[in-house]
Write a protein that binds this ligand. Sequence first.
Ligand code: PHE
Length: 502
Amino acid sequence: MELNERILHYLEKSDKVDTLKLASEFGEDHQKIVGAVKSLEALEMVVSETAKSTKWDLTEEGLLVAEKGSHEAVLYRGVPENGIAQAELMKIIPNAKVGFSKAMSSGWISIDKSGGAPLVKRKVDSITDTVQDHLNEIKKGIDNLPDNVRNDYKKRKLLQEITIKSFLLSKGPQFATSIKKLETDLTSEMLLTGLWKELEFKPYNFDALGQPPECGHLHPLLKVRSEFREIFLEMGFSEMPTNNYVESSFWNFDALFQPQQHPARDAHDTFFILSPEKSTEFPMEYLEKVKKVHSEGGYGSQGYRYDWKIEEAQKNLLRTHTTAVSARMLYKLAQQEEFTPQKYFSIDKVFRNETLDATHLAEFHQVEGVMAERGLGLADLIGVLDAFFQRLGFRRLQFKPAYNPYTEPSMEIFAFHEGLGKWIEIGNSGVFRPEMLLPMGLPEDVNVIAWGLSLERPTMIKYGLNNIRDLVGPRVDLQMVYNNPICRLDKRSFKCNMISVR
Ligand code: PHE
């Protein structure tokens, strides 16, 4: 007979029964009984009320005693026929202190001090370890101990009282000794044959929780990226194609007026590609102009006055910044018959040969904004940065003069972080140099302003992570990805979400 029906049969004869009693009568696990009761309750065949009862159970030490014997018995058994020096005995027997005093008061051992150092001897030939026997009974669920004995064991920390929750069962309105099988599905056949009129259906459980949907979860970086993207789109920027991680040194450095001896172009800072090692396709007319502006100058500039080599520009690398993409886009814009103002942005991966630590990885994401229009200047840059960072939640900005080979002037952007109570660096920016723009062929009165920051730092702050390895890489906890809420940058209240560039 099924457990459900056994419970119903039992209940037929007795009006009320506790699930604990059923568990011991049926020799079943209590949890299993409770499970069966729940399903009977859903059918209204039984009703239950919760009950609490207490029970004595073995502590961890009690379990040990039940298995190995009481401390006094263990000590008694440790005494050899001819006795043993007390000091030695106390050393070799576990819990010897308790064991010794209990064995003494039980009259199992005696102590002989006649020969100087005290000697422990057995006083009786055999012992009965009632403590162990008692505990083993309790372990089996039999508790006939007199109160004083039980209290003694409690004091010795061998027993503890535990509370168990159970259910007191009685017959429900649909009580019967056998379970009717209720239909769970209404089929087209039942409708066609009219059978549905006779059948009994299982009531709907509107309180049941649905299955959690099996679906993918966005990584925090992707969530923050979509917030940034939205800000750019709201401000009328369009996204640049950033699908090439591999770039030539030409677009990553030379086009940006970064001299070929610049330390960032060293393998210590940049990952160069071995295969294919070199790029061969360049817009040659433009390349010649880049060569000239580096080596001889032009457009009012002296240039760097060094021997520019195409071999250096050909070297392939993993792009170190998305400004390489901005350079390509601006060159493309310059090829347009008629210049039109543009606002571009990108958010994608860049790579640097960094020393790895809690906040630096060899790859990260850059957020970059670029605006090209006639007559733009520093004031426009400050204005657009203000608008952009306000949308991220920063109200107060400060700027510090900085240096980039491709921008002049250049500014590091600092924001006041309300939480930390200090100014923190949040980005880098500048006005692109004529040495970069004019060789591309952009009209002389067109200026381009741009800025960049990392995506990881604000994400870590937003999601409360202080080690980047918890965000990216093999140590990422997928549960973290699953549990974390969507990202909402606090755009209106201007409560600072801390953001910092690398
Ligand atoms: N490329 C810069 C960096 O990697 C960021 C930047 C972009 C600075 C555009 C100025 C203008 O940090």
